[in-house]
Design a protein around this ligand. Structure first.
Ligand code: C2E
Ligand code: MG
Ligand code: MG
Length: 292
């Protein structure tokens, strides 16, 4: 038993060391155990979160500069009854590794389509797809069903995928993307510039939109390298007939610069924070006042 305990603590320390990167050593400490136990607790609650109705979706506006709203991105939220709000960057990787993400993602897709069905018809809804959902058989059927059930035109749905989705299974990926394309849904490449940014995908698949990661937008006003990179991505996208969305726009200066450089859409706290579905009406009314 003592040996078992020792092995367990060694394992926890090993896990912590690995997390810090290659070639590190870490001593076991009590706080490591606490962190791990908390993660285990969350992991277990995640299994029942869907049935218990603890998930909800917030919608963040996608804006054509200066003020025209193109649609909203659906962002998943988990409100744990004891812990409170848990960010998707924490629970989505857990759900993904526990095989729960395709079920949760299906719920997001259906829910987001249903909500978008109540909006004025010029607004699109963007839904993020995780690798698990993308790789599971029958994605196109599930998308078609969700659209059907909500009575939503296919071109009002935009699916956001990251490159990590495309890395896993190359040949069929293009088939899947092409079938979705035939269905008429829009496809965007999320977080562009942070992962591998393999240009072969851009050559082989006509994405509708490239979303530039906020990493390049944050210091846009002070960093010439970011400016050069963003300018080049815009030129690259436009040359390929794709639109560009800038993520994480927080300041007026960033928005003005991006508009001047021909960026098609802006998303960020400056233009609107993620909000619950019930607040969208009011938001639309306010923003139509701004345009007058
Ligand atoms: P993402 O798809 O790149 O979404 C944009 C993230 O940037 C969101 O974080 C949003 O709240 C945040 N954001 C928006 N404007 C600003 C800004 O001006 N400044 C800063 N600093 N951040 C801003 P969030 O909601 O925490 O989501 C994080 C990630 O979790 C998303 O990144 C997406 O990859 C994933 N995610 C969220 N919902 C879903 C979902 O339903 N399914 C899947 N598979 N992934 C999801
Ligand atoms: Mg996204
Ligand atoms: Mg993104």
């Amino acid at each position: 038993n003592e040996i078992e305990q020792l092995m367990k603590t060694a394992d926890i320390a090993l896990y912590a060391a690995k997390k810090d990167g290659r070639g590190r050593a870490r001593m076991f400490s009590r706080s490591m155990l606490v962190v791990l136990e908390q993660r285990e607790m969350l992991r277990r609650s995640l299994r029942i979160a869907l049935q218990e109705g603890q998930f909800f979706i917030e919608y963040q506006p996608l804006v054509r500069p200066p003020f025209s709203i193109a649609g909203f991105e659906a962002l998943l939220r988990w409100r744990h009854p004891l812990v409170g709000l848990i960010p998707p960057s924490v629970f989505i990787p857990m759900a993904e590794s526990d095989g729960l993400m395709s079920e949760i993602g299906q719920w997001v897709l259906e829910q987001a389509c249903r909500v978008a069905g109540t909006w004025p018809p010029q607004f699109r809804v963007a839904v993020n797809l995780s690798p698990a959902e993308f790789l599971r058989e029958g994605l196109t059927d599930r998308v078609a069903q969700a659209l059907d059930a909500a009575g939503l035109r296919a071109d009002r749905l935009e699916l956001e995928i990251t490159e990590s989705v495309l890395l896993e299974r190359t040949t069929n990926n293009l088939d899947t993307l092409n079938t979705l394309n035939v269905l008429g849904v829009q496809i965007s490449l999320d977080d562009f510039g942070t992962c591998y940014s393999s240009l072969s995908y851009l050559k082989n698949f006509p994405f509708d939109t490239i979303k530039i990661d906020k990493y390049f937008i944050t210091d846009l006003e002070s960093d010439e390298n970011s400016q050069t990179i963003v300018r080049s991505i815009i030129a690259l996208a436009h040359g390929l007939g794709m639109r560009v969305t800038a993520e994480g726009v927080e300041t007026r200066g960033q928005a003005t610069w991006l508009q001047k450089e021909g960026c098609d859409q802006l998303q960020g706290y400056l233009l609107g924070v993620p909000m619950p579905a019930e607040e969208i009406d009011e938001f639309l009314q306010l923003s139509s006042l701004v345009m007058l």
